[in-house]
Design a protein around this ligand. Structure first.
Ligand SMILES: Nc1ccn([C@@H]2O[C@H](COP(=O)(O)O)[C@@H](O)[C@H]2O)c(=O)n1
Ligand SMILES: C[C@@]1(CO)OP(=O)(O)OP(=O)(O)OC[C@H]1O
Length: 160
């Protein structure tokens, strides 16, 4: 049995924040703002996993009103979601994700992001695809006000 889910997330840039995308810290003059570490890519992937199994979204599971998630490591949040989904009998089919950012250049960091996502979702590296695109200087991403990310996740459950 196959289940598919999609996720989308946006975070705003601010001075004095680290830039963490796909579990990788990227040197940049500004970082993303959030209640958590604001890892926009891991949030989109988490939402896609939750969407596939019909379990709401990241905010349902980890509310931004809960002080225990202040500055949370988004990799830990995804790990918790994956443990729940894996315990229900699903394994990873594949992930395809896109980071939408004018700057910085994501390409040098994508191999590390893929490694991290593969580890978190107990999947094969070849089943994790992460892409990046600018918006040709258009819109909020083009003005470098923030970063968006989208993800599609396919899950597989063996049925007897
Ligand atoms: N933040 C980004 C955006 C893009 N890339 C890479 O550059 C290629 C060209 O991007 P366009 O938006 O001009 O089509 C894109 O295919 C990515 O490989 C990037 O690394 N980081
Ligand atoms: C991750 C959580 C929880 O710390 O906070 P944020 O970092 O603000 O991220 P968002 O994508 O707005 O949604 C989920 C939140 O509840």
């Amino acid at each position: 049995m196959f289940k598919i889910g999609q996720g989308f997330d946006v975070h705003q840039f601010a001075i004095g924040r680290p830039l963490i995308v796909g579990g990788v810290e990227i040197p940049h003059p500004v970082g993303l703002v959030g209640h958590s570490d604001a890892d926009v890519l891991l949030h989109a992937i988490t939402d896609a996993v939750l969407g596939a199994v019909g379990k709401g979204d990241i905010g349902t599971h980890f509310p931004d009103t809960d002080p225990s998630y202040k500055d949370a490591d988004s990799a830990e949040l995804l790990k918790q979601v994956w443990e729940m989904v894996n315990a229900a009998g699903y394994r990873l089919g594949n992930v395809d994700a896109t980071i939408i950012a004018q700057k910085p250049k994501m390409a040098p960091y994508i191999p590390q992001m893929r490694e991290r996502v593969a580890e978190l979702l107990q999947g094969e590296l070849s089943d994790i695809n992460i892409k990046a695109t600018t918006t040709e200087k258009l819109g909020f991403t083009g003005r470098e006000e923030g970063i968006a990310a989208m993800a599609v996740v396919l899950l597989v459950k063996e049925t007897s």
